[in-house]
Design a protein around this ligand. Structure first.
Ligand SMILES: O=C1O[C@H](COP(=O)(O)O)[C@@H](O)[C@H](O)[C@H]1O
Length: 259
């Protein structure tokens, strides 16, 4: 049975610091239980701020980084050294500062990589990466991720699954090419909602009043075609981590900010 929980923090900075602390605790617990863990990263303001907080936290040394599998929920299809690339931002914020096993870091292809500008080829290649890393007990072409971090847009997108777009109707493929995105850059690669839902836990993290409508609609039960983030649910747990302004249109009162 999957649980949905909402935690509200007083501002975006506190949100990022608190999510980083929570992540250390959860990764340590998962590694203690099974020896390794898997984490799906997101791009976006809050997602990268969380990684920076983690880099600057002493507690990060409690995680066994060499036993952590890293994936991405989506990637902007730009050259490898573009500042817009989610992987580049994540490396600068955290990944280059911790002793990860490079073989366990599964980045998506860039537009100047081996598929060139063939975004469909690059998406299919990532689907193969996921399938190769799935274990028989996962019963799916995607690993059962321990934690998936996701952001969301004011119009309700998550990863690079945008409202009413072909990606949100996808039920077969686990990874798709995304074109003509309303948010730049226009070409991306994204895990689909069925693939994201293979995660044990999904943590939806966002800050800012411009996200309040999407948050309220998703939590009120909106459909995923119009509000894709409503379809991002973990197998065990879906955790909404919000700042006060992003939670501003929720009608129910959730755990109050501590300060
Ligand atoms: O472009 C993207 O945006 C979303 C949300 O970003 P935010 O800056 O509004 O928090 C992010 O979830 C996604 O990974 C990224 O590619």
């Amino acid at each position: 049975m999957s649980k949905t929980e909402v935690v509200v923090y007083s501002n975006g900075e506190l949100l990022a610091a608190a999510v980083a602390a929570r992540l250390v605790t959860r990764l340590v617990d998962v590694q203690a239980a099974k020896g390794w863990a898997s984490l799906v990263l997101t791009g976006g303001g809050t997602g990268i701020a969380v990684l920076r907080e983690l880099r600057d936290s002493r507690a990060r040394d409690a995680v066994d980084w060499s036993k952590l599998d890293i994936y991405w929920g989506d990637e902007r299809f730009v050259p490898r050294d573009s500042d817009e690339r989610n992987e580049k931002q994540a490396r600068e914020a955290l990944l280059d500062h911790v002793p990860l096993d490079p073989a366990r870091v599964h980045a998506l292809e860039a537009s100047d990589g081996k598929f060139g500008d063939d975004v469909d080829g690059a998406a299919a290649a990532y689907a193969e990466v996921l399938a190769r890393n799935a274990r028989p007990e996962d019963h799916f072409d995607v690993p059962t991720f321990d934690i998936t971090l996701l952001g969301l847009g004011g119009e309700g997108h998550t990863a690079s699954v945008f409202p009413e777009s072909p990606a949100v109707y996808e039920t077969e493929r686990t990874v798709v090419a995304v074109r003509n995105c309303p948010k730049p850059p226009p070409t991306r690669i994204s895990l689909t909602l069925p693939a994201l839902r293979r995660s044990q836990e999904i943590w939806l993290m966002t800050a800012g009043a411009e996200k309040a409508d999407a948050v309220a609609l998703a939590l009120a039960g909106a459909g995923e075609i119009q509000i894709p983030v409503a379809g991002a649910r973990g197998q065990r747990r879906t955790l909404w981590l919000l700042d006060r302004t992003a939670a501003g249109k929720l009608t129910k009162v959730y755990r109050p900010p501590l300060s």
